[in-house]
Ligand binder design. Structure first.
Ligand code: FE2
Ligand code: FE2
Length: 156
């Protein structure tokens, strides 16, 4: 696990040091998980999936795309933004991509990861294997984050 964490830091240090990225610590993604922690978890999980299933891919692209896939920069639970709350699932990949493009140089694969991570909601499927991996890792991590919250709320 140490190796995976180090790999995320090595490939994504500039992203992790970015002030807007640091601010995603205060926005909740699922349960009590911040958007920032969720993006780091998805990056680690993507590396693990590629390693475990022996999928040849660009691990730097995998990390950077995962660290930016939810870079939408608002709290989607905030009921003041009722429209965002309802349509967040459909629109946040495009918003995240626009925000990321403003702050980081992105490869076509990294753009594909951010834009398509909500597939099949985004209709157009991912075109590179890195984007498929991040999309699967995102769903897996989101499910665990949601189930943990529900588990905790039932117990107490
Ligand atoms: Fe997302
Ligand atoms: Fe996500």
């Amino acid at each position: 696990m140490k190796k995976i964490e180090d790999e995320v830091k090595a490939y994504g240090s500039d992203i992790l040091l970015n002030e807007h990225h640091k601010q995603t610590r205060k926005d909740i993604q699922h349960g009590r998980m911040s958007v920032r922690s969720h993006m780091v978890s998805v990056a680690e999980c993507s590396l693990l999936i590629a390693e475990t299933l022996h999928i040849p891919c660009d691990r730097r692209v995998l990390v950077r795309g995962a660290l930016l896939h939810d870079f939408f920069l608002y709290d989607w639970h905030n009921k003041e933004h009722a429209n965002i709350f309802r349509l967040h699932g459909f629109f946040h990949p495009g918003i995240a991509l626009r925000n990321a493009e403003k702050e980081f140089p992105l490869s076509e694969k990294e753009k594909d990861i951010i834009k398509k991570h909500m597939w099949p909601l985004t209709i157009a499927p991912p075109v590179c294997r890195e984007a498929w991996i991040v999309s699967m890792a995102d769903k897996y991590c989101s499910m665990l984050e949601t189930l943990r919250r529900r588990g905790k709320s039932r117990v107490g």
